[in-house]
Design a protein around this ligand. Structure first.
Ligand code: MAN
Ligand code: CA
Length: 205
């Protein structure tokens, strides 16, 4: 006869089977209770395991989502690409140093903006964004050169600029202004500014 044949579970309590002998009944009952407790503990542990795995999965998902958001923001960094004349102009948001701005422009297939005409100067002014331009005198003070290596011929400096006023004022920044034709300042290259890049082809993603 098996244990199962000798006990009856009645309202959660262990009762002897009417046909089982007394002492043996008690032992079987105890064993059965232990087994019940064991099962309850196992079930509890299983539940705990499920809760923990749910928490881990949730955290993993949140983490993934955050990473995705950052990637999206990075991708949205290139705000516009406008065609003007034979060039594309695209704006890199988020202020950065002159060198970093240049690096980011180059990564997208262009370079910092070069202003070759009065019309281009006015076009940039209309964009309403203060921006680094691809002009520097870092090699030799007062000798302004564009990033393509050409020397500056016509400059649209603000009145009194370039004045090399503070340390590291070796990079030109375009400050949106009326009048549109006087908007450049030489500024410390390490200061942050937004930037407009220029390229002959649409910017790379
Ligand atoms: C003032 C002027 C500029 C100079 C900046 C530096 O605006 O003197 O020439 O570049 O300060 O912040
Ligand atoms: Ca200056």
């Amino acid at each position: 006869m098996t244990d199962r044949n000798m006990i009856v579970l009645h309202q959660g309590r262990c009762r002897a089977h009417p046909q089982s002998p007394g002492k043996r009944q008690k032992q079987v009952c105890l064993a059965s209770r232990r087994r019940c407790c064991g099962l309850a503990v196992c079930f509890g542990l299983l539940c705990l395991l499920l809760v923990i795995s749910n928490i881990v999965l949730c955290l993993y998902y949140i983490n993934l989502k955050m990473e995705k958001d950052v990637q999206c923001q990075l991708r949205n960094q290139t705000v516009i690409a406008k065609k003007y004349g034979s060039s594309y102009y695209y704006i890199l948001e988020w202020a950065k140093t002159w060198s970093k701005a240049r690096e980011d422009c180059r990564e997208k297939g262009g370079d910092l903006l070069i202003i070759n005409s009065k019309e281009e100067q006015e076009f940039i002014n209309k964009q309403g964004i203060n921006t680094w331009i691809g002009l520097t005198d870092a090699e030799k003070e007062g000798e302004w050169k564009w990033v393509d290596g050409s020397a500056l011929t016509t400059g649209y400096w603000m009145s009194g600029e370039p004045n090399n006023a503070g340390p590291g004022e070796h990079c030109a920044v375009f400050l949106v202004s009326p009048p549109a034709l006087n908007s450049w300042n030489d500024m410390n290259c390490m200061k942050p500014s937004d930037c407009i890049c220029e390229s002959t082809k649409p910017p790379l993603n």
